[in-house]
Design a protein around this ligand. Structure first.
Ligand code: ADP
Ligand code: MG
Length: 626
């Protein structure tokens, strides 16, 4: 029986309001923006129909920076002010940049700051600012094409990017006025573009050969989520090296000798790059290079000559593939598919050799220089809430630390942020009071040391702990975040096996903006937090001591203390109680020390009394075993 949809009288169904979202591939050589329209992901072109935006920014004196092909045109004539491959500098410190040394043609400002700054005619700029210029152009392009402001974007980053590099990328996006829904690993984005997340579970390899970098990633798809098992690559291997190989070949053929002047070299490289790209379709190309005014060299480069020139380069990419598989503990036969990413994987020889290596034809149906942006767009569409039926979010790392509240309102982190999911971590805790039979567990998320600065996720209780002395019980708290981003927490008392558990969904309802504020907060408050933590620790110590002395007084106070002694202890307890109410960590510490001293004699009498009781009625022979 078909079901009819009924609508209440007077109620007009409201069309689902689409949020405008885009995916951005912020590449070393080229950047792209893509979006999902009418259910199809597509990259967006500029007014001249170009989809790829060269990741190049040109800074001229007293002018707005230009980006893309216009900027690239200045690379030959004004290299110091034409910033290319800035992605290599993202999140890097001054020392890293020094290590890269003369690979970088820019002038760096001497600065006390930890962030390297590039000197240009338009002033000193940081890598984050340069990237923001590229992002601004893509943002404008998207908004002009879509006729609306962007609600949010997914920006892709290499899987090996560390926290600082990811943070720098986010900062660049924020500087460009973009709302980052999430950073997504480039290989994961490529896999999503191929719809592999809807396919069979298993291991996939993403082979990404771009302009100047080679990255290989081994991913495992499990319950719709990609886990990065291993990454590898070569940060100085890509299409640029093919261009160099061709340029050197031309120099040999044209008898130019070893040292072409820099201007000629740049022209040669540009021509070599064009020849290489044309040979992807053609079997041979005619070359014409102006060596000097009135002196033109003519020649032909064939596909097989090109293959011979680039074979050693392709070979160099295979060792990292082998290593990544080994790191991931995966055998070649276990790889289900190989995804080709990056403009240089258009080269037929690359496809052929990679196919031979993995013993299966690689996936090449989607344009390899667009595939990352397309995957990011699909993910952005889901994250923006445009696909309400897709409830599964592709989480590949845990964005904020997860932990529990311990005594004194402190947050103990159990799974630190950016841990790859799924993950399971446990930690042992103990009881705080003698005879404590229940434990209340408060699950929190965030980076701050104090629970009050974190987000509360859930509370549950563990009952039935056998009464023991404080600190004797062993309670194992286990955090597990599964592939869907679902957190389950269980607590188990180890000696009795008493167990309790709860499921919570930590990522639900928390926007990346909130995450960012929380992260920034934790940095801003780092010093506050240390002081607050120390205060809380003293307060916990004070409570523990007051508790213990209280128990002792009730048990033996009347028997073992005279009136003056008792009054002194009561007074010391009272002053600790009032210090405990204040905010002065030192005052609490002193009051604790004072109460300790005042009760020292009482404690030793209790100990003697305890021994006396234990010895009463025993014979000497038995005592030997004690
Ligand atoms: P990145 O990820 O580093 O930003 P891309 O994926 O955009 O780089 O790849 C850029 C490289 O791809 C350049 O070296 C370019 O010459 C090369 N490339 C682009 N199209 C082709 C083609 N049709 N044939 C061969 N190489 C190509
Ligand atoms: Mg790329």
């Amino acid at each position: 029986m078909a079901l009819l949809e009924l609508s209440e009288p007077g109620q007009t169904p409201r069309p689902h309001e689409r949020r405008v979202a885009a995916g951005i591939d912020l590449g070393t050589t080229n950047s792209l923006v893509a979006t999902v329209r009418s259910g199809v992901a597509e990259t967006l072109a500029d007014t001249q129909g170009r989809h790829l935006l060269p990741s190049v920014v040109y800074y001229a004196a007293a002018a707005a920076p230009s980006v893309g092909d216009d900027a690239k045109a200045h690379a030959v004539t004004d290299p110091f002010n034409t910033i290319a491959s800035v992605k290599r500098l993202m999140g890097r410190g001054v020392d890293d940049v020094k290590r890269l040394g003369n690979q970088l043609p820019y002038r760096f400002a001497a600065s006390e700051s930890a962030v390297p700054r590039i000197v240009t005619s338009a002033g000193v700029v940081s890598p984050v600012e340069v990237s923001a210029e590229i992002l601004k152009v893509l943002k404008q392009r998207a908004q002009a094409t879509l006729g609306a402001d962007l609600d949010g974007v997914v920006v892709t980053v290499p899987a090996y990017f560390d926290d600082a590099q990811r943070q720098a990328t986010k900062d660049a996006a924020r500087l460009a006025g973009l709302n980052v829904l999430r950073l997504l690993n480039e290989p994961t984005a490529a896999a999503v573009a191929y719809g592999l997340d809807h396919q069979a579970e298993g291991v996939y390899v993403v082979y990404d050969l771009g302009g100047g970098t080679f990255d290989v990633s081994v991913l495992r798809l499990h319950r719709g989520v990609f886990e990065v098992l291993a990454t590898g690559g070569d940060s100085a291997l890509g299409g640029d090296d093919m261009d160099h190989a061709i340029a050197e070949w031309i120099m040999r053929e044209a008898n130019i000798g070893d040292h072409a002047d820099p201007m000629l070299l740049r022209r040669l490289l540009r021509d070599a790059c064009q020849a290489k790209e044309r040979l992807t379709e053609a079997q041979q190309v005619a070359l014409e290079v102006e060596l000097a005014p009135q002196q033109v060299w003519q020649g032909t480069l064939t596909r097989s000559q090109l293959n011979a020139l680039i074979d050693p380069l392709i070979q160099r990419s295979l060792a990292p593939c082998r290593r990544a598989l080994r790191d991931a503990n995966i055998k070649l036969e276990e790889v289900r598919e190989v995804v080709m990413v990056g403009g240089s994987t258009r080269v037929p020889r690359v496809r052929e050799r990679v196919g031979q290596f993995f013993a299966r034809p690689p996936l090449v149906d989607i344009d390899p220089d667009k595939v990352v942006a397309l995957g990011a767009a699909i993910q952005a569409d889901v994250l923006a809430g445009n696909k309400p039926d897709t409830d599964m979010l592709l989480l590949d790392v845990n964005p904020l630390s997860l932990g529990i509240e311990t005594m004194g309102g402190l947050a103990e982190k159990i799974i630190p942020r950016n841990t790859t999911l799924p993950v399971s971590r446990g930690q042992d805790f103990t009881t705080y009071k003698d005879g404590q039979t229940a434990l209340s567990i408060h699950v929190v998320q965030g980076e701050r040391d104090l629970v009050s600065g974190c987000r509360s996720l859930a509370r549950f209780e563990l009952h039935g702990i056998p009464p023991m002395a404080a600190g004797a019980a062993r309670i194992r708290i286990l955090f597990q975040v599964d592939a869907d981003g679902l957190l389950s927490v269980s607590a188990k008392e180890q000696t009795t096996g008493t167990e309790s558990s709860i499921q919570v969904k930590p990522s639900y309802g928390l926007t990346d903006n909130e995450i960012e504020t929380m992260l920034l907060d934790s940095i801003d408050h780092a010093t506050d937090d240390v002081a607050a933590r120390q205060l809380r620790e003293q307060q916990v110590d004070a409570d523990r001591l007051l508790d213990a002395v209280g128990v002792a007084l009730r048990a033996d106070g009347d028997a073992l203390l005279d009136k003056t002694e008792r009054a002194a202890i009561d007074a010391a307890m009272q002053s600790l109680r009032s210090a405990r109410e204040g905010q002065d960590e030192r005052a609490i510490k002193n009051a604790i020390a004072a109460l300790d001293t005042t009760t020292a004699e009482f404690a030793s009498r209790r100990m003697n009394e305890g021994i006396r009781k234990a010895l009463t009625g025993r014979r000497i022979s038995e005592l030997k075993d004690i």
